[in-house]
Design a protein around this ligand. Structure first.
Ligand SMILES: [Zn+2]
Length: 197
C-alpha cells in the first residue's frame, strides 16, 4: 500500500516504461523520489540554454556574487530539465554504456524522478578547474569548499553526499534549493530520509 503523504509534494508514483523495477511504498524508484515538473512560467533563463525556477535563480545569483567576491568562480552547468530530456539522458546513455536500469540509476535519475525537473536543482562547477566538472574530483576544488561553508546561507543543500540513504552515487556538484515553502515541501521526503526517517 502506498503512503501518499510521504511522496514529494505534487508528485505521483509512476511506473517508467523501459524499467522493470516498480516504485517502492515511499514512491522511490531505484533510490530516486518522484518529482513533478516545474510550471513553465516559473522558469527563468539564467544562462544560454539553462533555466531555473525563479526563486532558485535569484538565490543562485546572490550566491555566485558572494563567491566571486571571495575569488571563487561558481559556474552553472545544468539546471531545469524536462522529463523528456531526462528520459533521453537516462535511456540513451544506458544503452550506450550497456547498463542495467539499476546501474544507470546510481548516476542518473529515471525520467519523472529527477530533482532537475523541479527547476530547483543545479549542477555547479569551478570556472578555475573545469576538468573537475561533473566529477567526484570537484570535491577538491575551491568552489566546493566555498559551497560547504556558504551554500546553506543561500538555501542550497548537497543532495547526494558521499554516504546517502538514497543509495545514489556521490555528486559533490549537485545542489538543490530549499529556500521557499514550495521547494521545502517538494524535498521534504528526501530530507526526512537523509535525516534517518
Ligand atoms: Zn544534477
Amino acid at each position: 500500500m502506498f503512503l501518499p503523504e510521504r511522496l514529494p509534494f505534487g508528485s505521483k508514483t509512476q511506473v517508467v516504461e523501459g524499467i522493470d523495477e516498480q516504485p517502492g511504498r515511499d514512491g522511490r524508484l531505484l533510490g530516486h523520489f518522484p518529482y513533478a515538473e516545474a510550471v513553465v512560467d516559473q522558469l527563468v533563463p539564467v544562462e544560454a540554454g539553462i533555466e531555473l525556477h525563479r526563486d532558485a535563480a535569484i538565490s543562485l545569483d546572490a550566491m555566485r556574487r558572494a563567491a566571486a567576491a571571495d575569488g571563487v568562480d561558481l559556474r552553472l552547468l545544468s539546471g531545469y530539465r524536462s522529463q523528456e530530456l531526462q528520459k533521453s539522458i537516462f535511456f540513451d546513455v544506458k544503452s550506450e554504456r550497456n547498463q542495467t536500469a539499476a546501474e544507470r540509476a546510481k548516476v542518473s535519475a529515471p525520467p519523472g524522478y529527477s530533482e532537475h525537473s523541479t527547476g530547483y536543482a543545479v549542477d555547479l562547477g569551478d570556472g578555475a578547474d573545469p576538468a573537475t566538472n561533473l566529477s567526484a574530483s570537484f570535491e577538491q576544488t575551491d568552489a566546493f569548499s566555498w559551497l560547504q561553508d556558504h551554500a546553506a546561507s543561500y538555501h542550497f543543500t548537497l543532495s547526494f553526499p558521499a554516504v546517502n540513504s538514497q543509495g545514489v552515487s556521490y555528486e559533490p556538484w549537485h545542489w538543490r534549493f530549499e529556500g521557499s515553502a514550495d521547494a521545502l515541501r517538494r524535498f521534504e521526503p528526501a530530507r526526512r530520509l537523509a535525516n534517518g526517517g
